[in-house]
Design a protein around this ligand. Structure first.
Ligand SMILES: NC(=O)c1ccc[n+]([C@@H]2O[C@H](COP(=O)([O-])OP(=O)(O)OC[C@H]3O[C@@H](n4cnc5c(N)ncnc54)[C@H](O)[C@@H]3O)[C@@H](O)[C@H]2O)c1
Length: 432
């Protein structure tokens, strides 16, 4: 029997509560023994679900860190700009940690966290859930086995759908760096930068360049006569692709966890409650062309690695279909596929007469473990928790394990890419 790990949920929002649910599926492996959140209602909900007494509920990370260690680990699902300030005192207190991405909002914060983790010898695993999606995990295994030789180039593309773009980066809580601490590149595509760095494991990045801007979600591009709030003063709402009614009322489940945050005090908000909220001061009722967003809606990043291999990431928001794709070119062959297909092609050079290349289709839908029990992000969410627990128990790390130390390159590339874009130059990567 594996040793049971005890955990405290810190930041009992959407993400941490999701990871904590692993304890309900595997009570022999993980037990939630405490909750810490600024919001009383969120503390109460977690306490009810896991049978916690009031003395196991804390109102802030500072309050918790002032006490002797109360559990083996912390599941830290606070927002981006709260990750480092909440983590430092708890790591000093001796907890290991599952920490959401982006794990820092500046380079300085990142080094500060890494320094603390190295000094205190703590185990910190970052929620780079896509490393655990069968699609990327299988590709990484083929790369590690040398199937395509040494990687010369990585091309990654993330298409952020029109509804995801609007909810997250135009109307929502990642729409301003001054508010959430993160650029869109770091909030959304730090996963893809991490995947690129992971495919090139062991090779440091050398230089980064980047271009990006907010192309369409600004007042100058608003359709003629557009109002300021979809359900209040907009005569063109019925014809608008970004109508809040179409996105959040006609699709009641889509992004409901962000849009109806302000109705959390109601047990089961009705359609009338929701419409009243969108007509009132709910930020998700705003016209997408007339918000206070200042992050990009598209950005391209170019990376050069120390072995002269190159990689590109194209992040494009506002697409009709959400998708992620990757194309690796190695000295012996190629791997190419889309996450949504959960399948990819491996190509090998075949110089024999009458041949050009050989192609193998790897379909993880057939025989691969795509079990729904493993949750979101292409199956990555719950696998990540299982791996984190293995790391904490001192078992050998998996190929996917995303320790803080191992996650630095992807984040560093992201911070430098944003700086390169702002300063209109390429930037040399310096590690510490
Ligand atoms: N891994 C992924 O794929 C993925 C996907 C979506 C979001 N995220 C990340 O997950 C994180 C959490 O997002 P969310 O939407 O769940 O956030 P959320 O706003 O729902 O929850 C954050 C919670 O932290 C609490 N909190 C803040 N400061 C605190 C403090 N000092 N002490 C105690 N509690 C505190 C807040 O009260 C809030 O309840 C973000 O960083 C986000 O970028 C990751």
């Amino acid at each position: 029997m594996p040793r049971k790990i005890t955990a405290i949920v810190l930041g009992a929002g959407h993400r941490a509560v999701l990871y904590a649910a692993y304890a309900q599926q595997h009570p022999d492996e993980l037990q939630i023994v405490g909750v810490c959140d600024l919001i009383e209602q969120r503390r109460r909900q977690v306490a009810e679900r896991y049978g916690l007494n009031p003395d196991r509920c804390w109102a802030s990370a500072t309050e918790l860190a002032a006490l002797p260690r109360q559990a083996d680990v912390i599941i830290n699902g606070t927002m981006d700009h709260q990750h480092v300030p909440t983590s430092l005192p708890l790591l000093e207190r001796g907890y290991d940690m599952l920490l959401e991405k982006p794990f820092a909002t500046t380079e300085a914060e990142m080094w500060q966290l890494l320094d603390c983790v190295r000094r205190r010898g703590r185990k910190v695993v970052i929620c780079h859930v896509l490393r655990y999606a069968p699609f990327y995990a299988a590709i990484r295994e083929h790369v590690a086995a040398g199937r395509i030789g040494d990687i010369v180039s990585v091309q990654a593309v993330e298409h952020v759908s029109y509804h995801h773009q609007a909810v997250g980066f135009v109307r929502g809580k990642w729409n301003k760096k001054s508010y959430c601490g993160s650029s869109m590149l770091m909030a959304k595509s730090c996963h893809d930068l991490d995947l690129i760095a992971w495919m090139k494991t062991g090779v440091p990045a050398r230089r980064v360049a980047s271009y990006g801007a907010n192309f369409q979600f600004r007042p100058e591009r608003a359709p003629r006569n557009a109002g300021t709030r979809c359900l209040v003063d907009c005569p063109i709402e019925a014809d608008c692709l970004y109508s809040a009614r179409k996105h959040y009322i006609d699709h009641p489940q889509r992004w409901s966890f962000y849009v109806w945050d302000t109705l959390e005090h109601l047990q089961n908000p009705t359609i009338e409650d929701k419409i009243a909220s969108l007509k009132g001061d709910n930020p998700y009722g705003r016209c997408v062309w007339k918000c206070d967003n200042d992050v990009v809606d598209h950005q391209s990043v170019v990376i050069e690695f120390a072995d002269s291999a190159t990689a590109t990431l194209n992040m494009i928001g506002g697409t009709s279909k959400p998708s992620r794709s990757i194309h690796l070119v190695g000295t012996l062959g190629e791997i190419q596929g889309n996450l949504e297909d959960s399948a990819f092609t491996i190509r090998h050079i075949d110089p024999r007469p009458g041949h050009e290349y050989a192609e193998e289709w790897v379909d993880l839908n057939v025989g691969g473990d795509m079990s729904g029990a493993f949750g979101g992000h292409g199956g990555g969410d719950m696998r990540l928790v299982a791996d984190f627990l293995r790391v904490v128990r001192g078992e050998p790390a998996s190929l996917s394990t995303t320790s803080l130390e191992d996650s630095v390159t992807g984040h560093l590339i992201g911070f430098l890419a944003d700086r390169a874009n702002e300063e209109n130059r390429s930037i040399a990567v310096e590690y510490r």
